[in-house]
Structure formats: structure tokens, C-alpha cells
Design a protein around this ligand. Structure first.
Ligand code: MGP
Length: 233
């Protein structure tokens, strides 16, 4: 299980986020899905000027959207997904922290809530064309013990810490009666090497030591509660 070690990992990730553009500028091969292409002159010129960089926003590689599914807004009479709402899209380090610092973390959410952070324009649904052939890794936590892991998962994703980051659609935290779950959704479930790499790296980043399983959305759609893991790390 994950222990909250100290604040150094979050600080380290934030530092990496701040440096992201400097590292990436050298090997830019053109925009990818969700990639932010605009970069102001102001951003470029502030790189060597610490005073100015305090007031300049630092762009992320991708823009991301938070989505919330409020359990009290759900109804049995409407299809699954009707109550999911997009909350906020961010594309800079600073905007991430301003939204993150002003929203409830998993321990404060109601049982049944789902909170998602997905690359912009990818909906957190099996039906989204980018997710359709994908799957998900799932970590389990005791109730109200997932806040730090949720933050570290977000920082690892938006800070592009995964070797197969392009494979990632986003992450969701599911608040349930007995436990919290955090899942990372990916695009091509059949690509075993990519999924296993993401799973192993994610466990390392969070210092998560329990076995963790990957299921294909195709299998989840069969609504079989005993759906089998395709991969385990
Ligand atoms: P869940 O919330 O992902 O699983 O899906 P959990 O947490 O194991 O189950 P819970 O009962 O504790 O909430 C629960 C159910 O929601 C699924 O069995 C589907 O009926 C529906 N569902 C979930 N997702 C992610 C989707 C989706 O992307 N599309 C559709 N159509 N239904 C979904």
C-alpha cells in the first residue's frame, strides 16, 4: 500500500513540470494529439530570466480536462455517462495547481463519485474512439487513503513521466463504499509491451507494492464482474 513519504516527491515532480518545456524544445517533431502548439514570445524569452519566469505560465505537453460524475445526479432511467460533466481544461503547470488546489480531493468526495483527468478531447468513456480499443490498470486503496496517490498519478501523467505516455488517455479515481480505486486508461490494450511498461512505471512512481491488473474495455463491456486481468505487474 502507498505510504505518504514526504512532500519531496510532489516538489520534485513540480520542479520537473516547471522544466518541461526547456527539455522538450530541442526534440520537437511537431504537434501530436492534444498537444499545445501555441507558445508566446513572452514564454520563450523568459526562460533565462528567473524574475520573469515567476509570472509566466509554463505550458504542459498536452492540455487535460477534469471531468466529474456526481453520484447524486445519476438516475437508473438514463444511460450511463449522462451525468458526467467536464469541469475545467488546463494546459499550464500554474493552471493545474490553481484548479487542483480548489477542488475536493478523493477523500472529500461522496461514495459513488468518479473524478477523471483525461487528455483534452478524449471523453472518459469506453465509447470514445480513442479509448475504444483500450483498457485500464487499477490500483486499490482503503477509503480516504488515495489523495496522495491521486496527486502523484496526475503529476506523473501531465509531467510526461511515462515512456509510453502517448498510450495514455487519462486517469480516474472511483470513490466506492469499501475502497477507492485509481485507474489509468490506455489506448491500445493489445500492445502488451506498452501496457506493462506503463503499469510498472506507475507502481514505481507511487511506491505501490500490491499486484495490479490490466483489463481490456472490450471485456469490461461484457458486464461480467469476474472479468479477468489480461496483464499483471
Ligand atoms: P465502473 O464504475 O467503472 O466499475 O463501472 P465499478 O467501480 O467496478 O462498479 P461500481 O458498480 O462499483 O460502480 C460500473 C458500471 O458502469 C459498468 O458495469 C457499466 O455498466 C457502467 N460503465 C462504466 N464505464 C466506465 C462505462 C463506459 O465507459 N461506458 C458505458 N456505457 N458504461 C460504463
Amino acid at each position: 500500500m502507498v505510504e505518504v513519504q514526504d512532500k519531496s516527491m510532489a516538489e520534485e515532480m513540480e520542479e520537473k513540470l516547471r522544466n518541461l518545456r526547456v527539455d522538450d524544445e530541442e526534440d520537437d517533431e511537431g504537434p501530436e494529439e492534444g498537444e499545445i502548439v501555441e507558445e508566446s514570445e513572452e514564454t520563450r524569452s523568459s526562460m533565462g530570466n528567473p524574475a520573469k519566469s515567476l509570472v509566466t505560465k509554463h505550458p504542459l505537453e498536452h492540455s487535460w480536462t477534469f471531468w466529474f460524475d456526481n453520484p447524486s445526479a445519476r438516475s437508473k432511467d438514463v444511460p450511463w455517462g449522462n451525468s458526467i460533466r467536464s469541469i475545467y481544461t488546463f494546459s499550464t503547470v500554474e493552471d493545474f495547481w490553481s484548479i487542483y488546489n480548489n477542488i475536493h480531493h478523493p477523500s472529500k468526495l461522496a461514495v459513488g463519485a468518479d473524478f477523471h483527468c483525461f487528455k483534452n478531447k478524449i471523453e472518459p468513456k469506453w465509447e470514445d474512439p480513442v479509448c475504444a480499443n483500450g483498457g485500464k490498470w487499477t490500483m486499490n486503496f482503503p477509503r480516504v487513503k488515495s489523495d496522495t496517490s491521486w496527486l502523484y498519478t496526475l503529476l506523473a501523467m501531465i509531467g510526461e513521466q511515462f515512456d509510453y505516455g502517448d498510450e495514455i488517455c487519462g486517469a480516474v479515481v472511483n470513490v466506492r463504499g469499501k475502497q477507492d480505486k485509481i485507474c489509468i486508461w490506455t489506448k491500445n490494450a493489445a500492445n502488451e509491451a506498452a501496457q506493462v511498461s506503463i503499469g510498472k512505471q506507475w507502481k514505481d512512481f507511487l511506491d505501490y507494492n500490491d499486484p495490479m491488473g490490466f483489463i481490456f474495455h472490450e471485456d469490461a463491456k461484457k458486464f461480467d464482474k469476474n472479468v479477468k486481468n489480461k496483464y499483471t505487474v
